[in-house]
Design a binder for this molecule. Structure first.
Ligand SMILES: [Zn+2]
Length: 285
């Protein structure tokens, strides 16, 4: 069958295309192939909320959802799969003006439902007078999430940003005072007010706000290649926008500012508009 296809199309790339499609990818899988000058390796969590790291030749352009993926000088790139990513993911490879589409499976997850009662009414449904502020704040957050920086910190292993008990998991659907809300995209780590929050990898500070409506004291770190992380409800902030931060450097302290019922760190990770599960990135889970 392969020989027939090669005869019809006369192209070695088809051979690789078929090889790729025969591979089924699940969590923490490797996918690799070599054929003459073509090479693509993918490694990571092929699951909703997962991040996959890849490497390919310099002369191959890789597109995911119409976005050209940034590559390092070694040809490394990353792809993130959001909370509700469909069962199939597609990569388009462009080499010598030829386009090849590769598909692989993304594992589906089942998310928890979490009910929280007793929140102040204005925090569940914000009064109209706050709409303008919320829209403005969301816009600034979105701008950071759209960054596609050329720093390569995303390839480092992630460490915990604070110590504590996980009190909220990625993807759970929250019902606040009986009203279904947007899913919870971060993980919550319960810790004492004032506990140190540190950077999980080297990073650049892109947001350092004391008082956002929903998230209170908020820091956004940029790890490069579209990967950003968010630290919310902080009681204090030790960094400013533009700071270059080392791995495990203190950036702030745990608090309960914004829409929060008690001291905890809400930690989120984004790959552009895709929400990722921070737990999947940690070197020591
Ligand atoms: Zn949270």
């Amino acid at each position: 069958m392969i020989r027939n296809l090669i005869k019809i199309v006369g192209c070695k790339i088809i051979f690789i295309f078929l090889t790729l499609n025969f591979s089924t990818c699940f969590a923490k899988e490797n996918l690799s192939l070599n054929h003459h000058d073509l090479m693509i390796n993918l490694e990571g969590d092929f699951i909703q909320g997962g991040l996959v790291k890849g490497q390919t030749n310099k002369n191959i352009t890789i597109k995911f959802k119409d976005k050209i993926l940034r590559k390092t000088s070694n040809g490394e790139f990353v792809i993130g799969f959001g909370r509700d990513h469909p069962a199939n993911a597609y990569l388009t490879l462009e080499i010598n003006n030829k386009l090849i589409t590769k598909s692989f499976k993304i594992k589906k997850r089942i998310y928890k439902t979490q009910k929280i009662n007793g929140l102040r009414k204005k925090m569940v449904t914000p009064p109209k007078s706050f709409y303008e502020r919320i829209i403005r704040e969301n816009k600034s957050i979105k701008e950071v999430r759209n960054l596609n920086s050329n720093v390569d910190f995303v390839f480092q292993k992630f460490s915990w940003p604070t110590k504590g008990v996980i009190s909220g998991v990625f993807g759970s659907q929250r019902i606040l005072n009986g009203k279904p809300k947007r899913p919870h995209y971060g993980i919550d780590i319960a810790a004492k007010k004032g506990a140190a929050v540190v950077a999980p990898t080297e990073s650049i500070v892109r947001m350092a706000e004391k008082d956002l409506y929903y998230t209170g004291g908020t820091i956004m770190l940029d790890h490069g290649h579209g990967l950003t992380s968010v630290y919310s409800h902080l009681s204090s902030i030790n960094v400013k926008v533009g700071d270059k931060i080392l791995k495990n450097q203190k950036i702030g302290e745990v608090g309960s500012t914004g829409r929060s019922t008690g001291p905890h760190l809400d930690w989120r990770v984004n790959w552009f508009d895709q929400r990722l599960d921070p737990l999947l990135l940690l070197e020591n889970k």
